[in-house]
Design a protein around this ligand. Structure first.
Ligand SMILES: Cc1cc2nc3c(=O)[nH]c(=O)nc-3n(C[C@H](O)[C@H](O)[C@H](O)COP(=O)(O)OP(=O)(O)OC[C@H]3O[C@@H](n4cnc5c(N)ncnc54)[C@H](O)[C@@H]3O)c2cc1C
Length: 451
């Protein structure tokens, strides 16, 4: 039986988290640019975050996506989805709850593939929220296709590696203590077998952040998407995450649950936009009536509401399937679809809310611009929509075989003929029937049926 119910004790946690995010965490969104909440060196921010994080820890909700072995509660994906729906109302909330990307995914892969030394150096401070990290994979030459990556790590005679290349859109590089760098280590095999991940301290010689790129609307220099040159950076086997050639195996592992959490946070963003839209529609009078009384506005409200409901149920169903099957691979198409739908639903709902607010909606005094950008980002970061749709289509197609019949399995003439054979006795009885029967019978009598 499909159910998204949770036990009363966890429901209490959700109720607490909802009120806490609204009252204590959302105000942070108005004080810091969304990139700034990742900066662990910001004294004001630290002073605000520390007591809030304490409360989250005391409730047992800090980094609760983690397995029990790493201090989490080992919650299933439905529970985490419901929590992330609440966290999605504020961009600071994931930082307050220890679930901010890319640190969550980075922590997961170090926990699973890291050595004891790597876990001591990187994982523990990351889990404690003392440092932030960066995942450095996309290159200026392309991000959606790893076959174009040119960053190389070349083994030297002394056993070390020399890492060289350029990376682009490495989120939070400027705040990060270390970067997980994706490099080709064996160019003679397909990249899926010949790429490796290195844990590179930010201060290591040769790591040069050329620019901190912003997203649309950010002032120059305020962004946190690092454009980085790795100039002959010396790395050793101790810096390798997993074995040489394991980059893809590890990267795939990283993206399972995180995408579902992201999708649920998108549900919240879309719902927040719809909340604003409805309140405005009920309060704004123009052209002889309230906006909410105009059918074109009602159409927008109904369409947005239906989109959000469908999307929300789809994501929860995906989470439920993961819990049931305990296998991310078997729900690959669901996860890709959830990510793609999230971008679409957020962009659509926020655009509608922005438009309905008229000039105020387009001003920089409401948050729609940032919300809209987050929707667009959702459709690009962590693999663009097209790549996810290709993944969905491939999984869907696996369930089918090509038609053997030349005129397809549902060809009317053939199907009518088969049904006539099946119900020959009944059809001999009187009663009105489809004209197709006479037509097929005629073809049969003329010897033309089946050609
Ligand atoms: C805010 C943000 C944060 C990011 N953070 C990180 C990060 O921390 N680390 C990191 O390594 N990367 C990060 N990225 C990069 C992201 O992963 C890439 O932007 C993404 O993989 C696409 O690569 P690209 O930008 O080079 O576009 P390209 O690969 O050049 O794609 C160009 C266009 O082609 C489309 N396209 C791709 N494949 C197909 C296809 N099969 N059919 C049709 N069209 C297709 C794309 O949708 C896009 O419109 C981030 C991006 C953003 C926007």
């Amino acid at each position: 039986m499909i159910s998204f119910d949770v036990e009363p004790k966890y429901q209490e946690q959700l109720d607490w988290a909802r009120a806490f995010v609204r009252e204590e965490v959302e105000p942070i969104d108005f004080l810091f640019h969304q990139d700034q909440v990742y900066n662990p060196a910001n004294q004001s921010l630290r002073a605000i975050l520390a007591p809030l994080r304490e409360q989250v820890r005391a409730r047992g909700l800090w980094a609760c996506h983690l397995p029990k072995s790493l201090g989490g509660d080992g919650y299933g994906q439905v529970k985490l989805a419901l929590l992330n729906e609440i966290l999605g109302y504020s961009f600071a909330a994931p930082t307050v709850f220890g679930t901010a990307a890319p640190d969550t995914g980075n922590a997961e892969i170090i926990a699973h593939f890291g050595t004891d030394e790597q876990k001591r150096t990187y994982l523990q401070p990351l889990l404690d929220g003392d440092i932030v990290s960066c995942y450095s994979m996309t290159e200026p030459g392309g991000g959606a296709d790893p076959r174009v990556f040119t960053t190389r790590a070349i083994r030297q005679d002394d056993g070390t590696w020399k890492l060289s290349g350029r990376k682009w859109y490495s989120s939070n590089a400027r705040w990060a203590s270390f970067l997980i760098v994706f490099a080709v280590t064996d160019p003679d095999v397909p990249v899926h077998q010949g790429a490796s991940l290195f844990l590179v301290p930010r201060e290591r010689e040769g790591v040069r952040i050329i620019r901190n790129v912003g997203t649309v609307g950010d002032l120059p220099g305020t962004g946190s998407e690092g454009y980085i040159h790795y100039d002959d950076v010396v790395v050793t086997d101790a810096d390798l995450l997993g074995a040489p050639g394991d980059a893809f195996k590890i990267a795939q592992f990283r993206l399972g649950g995180g995408r579902v959490h992201h999708a649920m946070r998108s549900v919240a963003q879309a719902q927040k936009a719809l909340d604003l839209l409805c309140r405005r529609a009920l309060g704004r009078y123009t052209q002889g009536s309230l906006l909410s009384e105009k059918q074109m506005v009602q159409d927008v409200i109904a369409e947005c509401w239906m989109d959000i409901q469908q999307f929300r149920l789809f994501v929860l169903h995906t989470a439920w399937k993961i819990d049931k099957e305990q296998n991310y691979k078997s729900v690959r198409e669901h996860i890709s679809a959830a990510k793609t739908l999230g971008a679409r639903v957020v962009v659509n709902t926020v655009s509608k809310a922005m438009h309905l607010h008229g000039s105020l909606g387009l001003s920089n005094e409401l948050p729609f611009g940032e919300m809209l950008m987050r929707g667009f980002v959702m459709g690009m970061a962590d693999g663009p929509d097209e790549a996810h749709k290709v993944a969905v289509a491939k999984q869907v197609l696996r369930q089918y075989q090509p038609d053997e019949a030349e005129f397809t399995a549902m060809h009317q003439v053939t199907q009518v003929g088969n049904a006539m054979d099946k119900f020959a006795t009944e059809l001999a009885l009187p009663g009105e029937k489809s004209p197709w029967i006479d037509y097929v019978r005629e073809l049969q009598e003329q010897g033309l049926y089946g050609h």
